[in-house]
Write a protein that binds this ligand. Structure first.
Ligand SMILES: [Zn+2]
Length: 184
């Protein structure tokens, strides 16, 4: 599966070079300081007014959907529970169902907006398995196109990516509104 290795490795480089330039990293932690204060998902959850700058696409009662700032590919979404939990063991059935439905809805909005040929959907648990944020579990939804294997290696300029992220978020929000997504 060399195709998969080629696609996933560059993201790690983007993530590492992005550390320290994360917009949230300079901000003070919330007064209710706990283990969630370093978690960008919890930060985003508790700052709904900053949803655009934090690239939040959707919120449900139980989950949040965020455009990944360090994408494997164009349109890479993250689905996370509203609870700061490391794995599915701590999620109840309603939360798991909500996230599973959001995978379906994420695929819908991405299909309508950027017309991928396929998707990778997956989870990484613990750092050794590649989890960038092991404390707060999340599901990756990564659009794929035939022949996209070397896209990130060629276009791994983080400035270009962050500009296009803002534009893509606007587009995804517009398409969501027009199609009443997420339809849970
Ligand atoms: Zn968290």
């Amino acid at each position: 599966m060399t195709e998969r290795n080629n696609l996933w490795a560059p993201w790690r480089m983007n993530y590492i070079t992005g550390l320290g330039t994360e917009p949230n990293s300079g901000k003070k932690a919330d007064s209710k300081s706990n283990e969630t204060s370093d978690c960008f998902i919890c930060h985003n959850l508790s700052h709904p007014k900053n949803d655009d700058e934090n690239l939040v696409l959707w919120r449900t009662e139980l989950s949040i959907v965020i455009l990944n700032r360090y994408p494997y590919n164009n349109g890479h979404l993250l689905i996370a529970p509203a609870k700061h939990i490391p794995d599915l063991d701590k999620a109840d059935s309603e939360e798991m169902l909500d996230m599973m439905k959001l995978i379906r809805e994420s695929q819908k909005v991405l299909s309508l907006t950027i017309k991928p040929h396929g998707f990778n959907v997956g989870m990484n648990f613990s750092r050794c398995a590649g989890a960038g944020l092991p404390g707060h579990m999340h599901i990756h939804v990564v659009p794929r196109w035939s022949g996209d294997t070397n896209f990130m290696s060629v276009c791994a300029d983080t400035k270009v990516i962050s500009q296009s992220l803002t534009e893509l978020l606007e587009l995804l929000k517009k398409v969501s509104k027009e199609n009443n997504l997420p339809a849970l």
